[in-house]
Design a protein around this ligand. Sequence first.
Ligand SMILES: NC(=O)c1ccc[n+]([C@@H]2O[C@H](COP(=O)([O-])OP(=O)(O)OC[C@H]3O[C@@H](n4cnc5c(N)ncnc54)[C@H](O)[C@@H]3O)[C@@H](O)[C@H]2O)c1
Length: 453
Amino acid sequence: MDNATPPTHDAVTRRSFLRSGSAAGAGLVLGAPAILSAAAQAAPSDEIRVGFIGCGKQQEVLFNAMKNIPGIHYAAVCDIMKDRVGAAFGRIRAAFGNNPRRYLDVEDMLSKEKDLDAVFVATPDFWHAPHTVMALEAGLHVYCEKMMSNTIEGARSMVKAAEASGKVCQIGHQRRSNPRYRYTLDQLINGNNVCGHITSINGQWNRGVKSSQDIKVKESTLPDVSVLNKYGFKDAHQFLNWRWYRDLSGGPISDLGAHQIDIFNWFLGTAPTSVMASGGKNHFKHREHFDNVMCVFEYDTPAGGARAFYQVLTTTSAGGGYYEAFMGTEGTVQISERDAYTQVYRESDAPSWDPLVQRGFLKRSSAPAPAATDGNVIAAYASAAPEAYELPGALSKPPHQPHIENFFSAVRGEASLNCDARHAFESEAPIYWVNPAAQAGQTIQLTAEHLNV
Ligand SMILES: NC(=O)c1ccc[n+]([C@@H]2O[C@H](COP(=O)([O-])OP(=O)(O)OC[C@H]3O[C@@H](n4cnc5c(N)ncnc54)[C@H](O)[C@@H]3O)[C@@H](O)[C@H]2O)c1
């Protein structure tokens, strides 16, 4: 599944390409084929010089996912919290032996670092647009974490800045480069029509109370409150728990839901036409955002339409974790970053999938098939249990690595981005309307005004 080979290249041409810009983001369509491999064996002159903006939890995840990619020099780290700058510095020094320069302010870093090629933005969502726009305008390629912004205006400004700069701007929806997702879309859904007509999608991220608690750190490690105020945080609680505040984040539907609603739109190749939603503060009463949200998107698809249900729970982990299930007249593909939640089912009256198994597209599930009846059947109309199948192969890398490899390949001019700013925006735009629909208790018809840059 992870089988693309890196093209050969001329180092000097690439080096000048890194400096001058790229057309790699142009013209990508939802579902376009991937070039997944990193540019292996880069010569020193061909190194991509990287800086990090925001060095919290996700920076650590990204760094661990990219440290085995060759040809990268980690030149600078920036965070308003000294301890986190120190931790990111330590991670780089431990892995590569060099001392990246340390900054406590992004503008300071961008004004002094004249030799950077690219930055990774992993700050709280309300900082994504300012940081991405600043970096693009400074002539840098940008990998920015999802959700693009806490506001749709912020996300629009990122698309415009990316396109005006001609630089590569990847948004961190890492599933877009995950071989499992690309295989499922390209080979199973589009290539072999395993679902038939997809009429329904069911997605969820269920997380329990313990994993949704407020974050606390030792007070002595926090920046002074005057520093927090300067960077838009009212106090230490807001700084650590920005995800629960309306001015700083879209809350769980954007923090967790963004990953999965993006997959709905990408796999269907279109944006929804409406959204209805309901949300509540059922447990975490003091928070500004809903702790639980349920929503339904309607889609016009060439096959005859579909609707997607999505729920994000931060108060209950039961019910199967996180996945997206594409449910059709002939089969269902349930897919997740986790193997445990990934499964494919054939409707009992659909054409046989034996040819797909023989050609290696699917494996019969090793899990025991459900019994035809458990003795408690009360409805004469119950369908026969669908047959379960598994995908061949598993991702052998950290889940973010293929997306970062794709970014570096695009920076080198060898690949198109799998999730450039415009296509991320097209897919994320409906998500910005879930909270307003839930707050108003109304269905929102999604028009060009809601969805366009
Ligand atoms: N793709 C994924 O799977 C995934 C997973 C987790 C988080 N994320 C995203 O990554 C981003 C960061 O999340 P996190 O969990 O690391 O949050 P975090 O709070 O742990 O880290 C954010 C860091 O940014 C720093 N910061 C805040 N304002 C800053 C500023 N103005 N300048 C410089 N640094 C600043 C903070 O000090 C903190 O260290 C979020 O956008 C989140 O949505 C993505």
